[in-house]
Design a binder for this molecule. Structure first.
Ligand code: SAM
Length: 417
């Protein structure tokens, strides 16, 4: 991937779209596979339960990943010692440990973790969700201390405090988390620099920013396990991508990639097919195989909107039976997305990845054939590798399992890596 953040930054621009808020649209015609954005996180935090009893701390799920760069800690590194002070964090290298002291694992974070461990609250211990939210709040308030500018950026993202104060249940857990953070002795922060006053409202606002904008860095893919998240990150520029159930872009990360890569937690967004100038670039906020009702439920509950995309408009009219049949045909067994050869005739892509009018009852069939990974239990999205000299690559990469496939090969022809 040769494009830099600087060159790709000019490929998209931010606009306001009615009913969606800010959005990213293409400033130039884009070629399939082109990188439109590379973004680094302003903060990262573990998605795994924070608290484990001290006697079993070596087996803590958190110790699978470096607490700073979130790489899988493997082989000889398994003997890495946890932070001697809090014993809740582990680092994959002296470099990560040393960097973390001024960034992710400052004295305050370390002491706060230690205090939580020493005086555990039964409510916190009993809820993984609260532990993960607590982890986020540590990272967010720590950001206010180590980088007021990035803290401002976090506050500028979409997300209103009312999201975490509007029902008795959420207000109750927000109040609980806020009082826990309050008890953990935030060091004196230069209030002018960060321009915030520590309050329940602020904690609620931060939780809302996290809920609407965090990207998950997944645990390594295995076909026999559900997809699960190892860490969440806030990527401010990537946060401007809106959702579409038939996305024209998808994001990649290479967290466990080359050991020398110091930007291993960056995310890279590539368009999956050609996109004309002025078109909104959207990603899918979850795997594309989810059914209409499930997608609508998640978008409403997690992101607060009703999706009115082209795919939803079509699927809103499907009967349960039709949905079941199409589910069988497309998402049934591994490799069955190939469908019958006869069906193929109706699925002719136009130049921008859309399909011909006569497929109006299932205009997205082509999408699943072409851009959905057919490995068992993967449901990732495929995008071509970046073009070289604007010549599109024929190699498609899956953004979940990472496999590479030549798009000219039959779907069951196996993989390149
Ligand atoms: C990660 S942010 C995307 C950027 C956001 N539009 C902004 O102004 O910052 C997610 C939020 O954008 C809005 N959004 C995203 N996709 C949408 C869509 N397809 N239709 C309506 N609103 C959408 C929702 O408010 C959602 O909670």
């Amino acid at each position: 991937m040769t494009e830099t953040a600087e060159t790709s930054a000019s490929l998209v621009r931010i606009v306001e779209v009615d009913g969606k808020g800010r959005a990213l649209v293409s400033s130039v015609p884009l070629r399939a596979g082109q990188i439109v954005l590379r973004d680094s996180p302003v903060l990262l935090y573990s998605a795994l339960p924070l608290l484990t009893p001290p006697e079993s701390s070596k087996e803590s799920p958190n110790f699978k990943y470096c607490s700073h760069c979130f790489r899988l800690v493997s082989g000889a590194q398994l003997s890495c010692s946890p932070c001697p002070s809090c014993s809740l964090s582990v680092f994959c290298s002296p470099r990560c440990q040393s960097l973390s002291l001024s960034t992710s694992h400052t004295l305050w974070v370390c002491q706060a973790l230690k205090q939580l461990q020493s005086f555990p609250s039964a409510r916190l211990q009993g809820s993984t969700d609260l532990q993960v939210q607590m982890c986020f709040l540590f990272a967010a308030y720590n950001l206010a201390i180590v980088s007021p500018t990035n803290f401002h950026t976090l506050l500028s993202l979409q997300g209103d405090p009312s999201l975490f104060l509007n029902s008795t249940e959420t207000a109750n857990s927000t109040t609980f988390l806020h009082s826990l953070v309050s008890s953990l002795l935030l060091p004196s922060v230069n209030q002018d620099a960060v321009a915030f006053s520590f309050s329940l409202e602020l904690t609620a606002a931060l939780l809302a920013k996290d809920k609407l904008n965090a990207f998950g860095l997944m645990e390594p893919f295995t076909p026999d396990k559900e997809r699960s998240v190892r860490a969440y990150g806030i990527y401010p520029r990537a946060s401007f991508f809106n959702h579409d159930c038939l996305p024209n872009a998808c994001r990649f990360d290479y967290v466990d990639g080359t050991p020398a890569d110091v930007n291993n937690t960056d995310i890279i967004v590539r368009v999956i097919h050609d996109v004309p100038v002025g078109r909104e670039i959207c990603v899918s906020y979850f795997p594309v195989n989810l059914k209409y009702a499930e997608r609508q439920r998640r978008l409403k509950e997690d992101y607060g909107f009703i999706c009115d995309c082209d795919r939803c408009k079509v699927e809103a009219n499907w009967s349960d039976q039709e949905e079941e049949e199409l589910e069988e045909e497309n998402f049934g067994d591994e490799n069955e997305a190939a469908m019958d050869e006869d069906d193929d005739e109706e699925m002719v892509a136009d130049e921008y990845g859309g399909v011909a009018e006569d497929a109006s009852d299932f205009p997205h069939a082509y999408f699943f054939l072409e851009y959905m990974c057919n490995r068992e239990n993967c449901w990732g999205t495929l995008a071509p590798l970046p073009p070289s000299d604007m010549t599109p690559s024929t190699v498609m990469e899956c953004n979940v399992c990472g496999y590479l496939r030549n798009s000219n090969d039959p779907l069951d022809a196996g993989v390149l890596k």
